[in-house]
Design a protein. Structure first.
Length: 202
């Protein structure tokens, strides 16, 4: 009996699994004639650098502060913080190919991008025509809040997407997903960041 009680107490003390980040959010609870301030730091006393409209949708939150009350977003060419009380999580939606909806990845030196289009992985590099690879598998780690994916496509193309703070190297934006991408077995490994939506702001 004592073991059962201890087990129950341990389960109650275990925090519920958090929603995965990055994740898209909608602004909620803001008056129609007001905005949700975007601040330089996760505190109400920090300067506002802009505002999200009261009907803003699909804003990507890439990280939370230590208390989970402020969320970091990409704003223009940098980052900002919004008060999470006014943000409603959409959840991360997974498409029929086991990839997060809206996922796009990109890197620099050279500039390249990778996106998913209905079973095709489309790779683009500056000055070259897009390459399309038929997706063979996008394997997850069997965890509800785990956005890691090992992607394999035709011709030996592989990519690994994983949750980690990531800088694009060209701006002050910070993303919540990183990627390693090889478009073929003889191709060099390219690294970069991934996002579920474009940056907010002007």
């Amino acid at each position: 009996m004592r073991l059962a009680i201890c087990t129950a107490l341990a389960l109650l003390a275990t925090p519920l699994a958090a929603d995965p980040l990055p994740q898209l959010h909608d602004v909620t609870g803001v008056a129609f004639d007001d905005v949700l301030n975007v601040r330089t730091e996760p505190t109400a006393s920090a300067p506002a650098i802009g505002g999200l409209a009261p009907d803003a949708r699909g804003v990507e939150v890439t990280a939370l502060d230590a208390r989970g009350t402020w969320g970091r977003i990409n704003w223009a060419e940098g980052t900002g913080w919004v008060f999470m009380r006014y943000m409603a999580a959409r959840g991360v939606h997974i498409d029929n190919y086991n990839l997060p909806v809206g996922l796009r990845c990109f890197g620099t030196e050279p500039f390249w991008s990778l996106r998913h289009e209905d079973g095709l992985m489309v790779s683009e590099s500056m000055g070259e025509d897009p390459e399309r690879f038929t997706l063979e598998i996008a394997q997850d780690a069997m965890g509800r809040n785990d956005l890691r994916r090992m992607i394999r496509a035709e011709g030996g193309a592989v990519a690994y997407v994983y949750q980690q703070e990531c800088s694009d190297g060209m701006s002050d934006r910070l993303y919540g997903l990183a990627v390693g991408w090889m478009p073929g077995p003889e191709a060099p490994l390219m690294t970069g960041c991934c996002a579920l939506a474009g940056p907010a702001g002007p």
